[in-house]
Design a protein around this ligand. Structure first.
Ligand SMILES: [Zn+2]
Length: 320
């Protein structure tokens, strides 16, 4: 570390497919993180960012009816090659979307998701997670542990290509969205429900230990969905914070804004304040799923800096 940015070395660019921007992985001591770019998608501008004043129904309506589309944004999944074995953070989107099986099982949900999320053309080889794992010498048909930040389709669809996946997700996700996930993924989707307990982190009241040696955690960061979690990997260099859809990108965390699909703006704002507080206590690299700069920021170990948001409080919708 630090690992060079491939875009700064054009001669090497052809050898490094965009879906695997760092095919050798990014090493942190005895653990290696591989950013997997499971294709790109486009959403409406109101989907990408809502006004903090919009209440829930207003956010959803404005998201669905906005015809202005963003530039393509990535769908990151992260493979953590850990001494205790591999963990995959989210399974990304699969191609084509919706899958023929989902169209059969849930035509209405397939149409709605198709409207909200425009998948980008995947080219000759679909960059779904099974293809990317194969490139990293992993057998997608072998057992692999998957930690889901939440159950939205662009985070879970890749599971249809990981038949032996041992999936874990916060129980609140299942209590609210299990039916929809079953319609998306079929009855074979049987994740383990995790519940949060005491947290060793000052900024977070609750946490879920994942690795035996205590360096991998799931942290409840509700708001986008009720059970939304982030995944935290502690390394000697920094805390790597895989933030799912808590915000679409780093800029939103710094400005205190959030996406249009946010179940509860109060809890989303509170979760963002917790991340900011954690970043004041520990060097933290913030890695949302749809941030085009996430992999580069990880390679450069760019920490969250408190001065980026001084004077820019996260809005508290409960405040007068
Ligand atoms: Zn989401």
């Amino acid at each position: 570390m630090p690992v060079p940015n491939p875009s700064e070395h054009p001669a090497d660019a052809s050898a490094q497919p965009v879906a695997l921007p760092f095919p050798e992985g990014l090493r942190f001591g005895d653990t290696t993180v591989y950013p997997l770019r499971c294709g790109d998608l486009r959403v409406s501008r109101n989907h990408a960012e809502a006004s903090p004043e919009w209440a829930r129904n207003q956010r959803l309506l404005r998201t669905a009816l906005d015809w202005r589309w963003t530039a393509p944004v990535p769908v990151w999944s992260w493979l953590i090659a850990h001494p205790e074995g591999d963990w995959l953070v989210d399974a990304g989107q699969a191609f084509p979307f919706p899958s023929p099986a989902m169209r059969r099982r849930d035509p209405l949900g397939a149409a709605l998701n198709r409207w909200l999320v425009r998948q980008q053309d995947s080219g000759t080889e679909p960059p779904s997670v099974d293809h990317l794992l194969r490139r990293l010498d992993r057998d997608p048909h072998a057992p692999i542990r998957v930690l889901l930040t939440h159950l939205h389709i662009d985070h879970v669809d890749g599971l249809q290509h990981l038949p032996q996946a041992e999936v874990a997700v916060h129980g609140a996700c299942l209590r609210r969205s299990f039916g929809a996930a079953i319609r998306h993924l079929g009855p074979a989707f049987r994740p383990k429900a995790l519940e949060a307990g005491a947290s060793p982190f000052k900024a977070f009241e609750k946490a879920i230990p994942i690795s035996a040696r205590g360096d991998l955690w799931m942290l409840p960061t509700p708001g986008h969905t009720p059970g939304h979690c982030s995944v935290l990997l502690r390394t000697a260099e920094a805390d790597l914070f895989f933030a799912g859809d808590l915000s679409f990108n780093l800029d939103q965390l710094q400005r205190g804004r959030w996406p249009g699909i946010a179940d509860n703006r109060q809890t989303n704002a509170q979760s963002m304040r917790r991340v900011r507080r954690h970043a004041r206590l520990f060097p933290t690299v913030y890695l949302p799923t749809h941030d085009p700069d996430a992999a580069r920021r990880l390679a450069r170990l760019q920490h969250l800096q408190a001065h980026h948001w001084e004077g820019q409080a996260v809005p508290d919708p409960d405040s007068p």
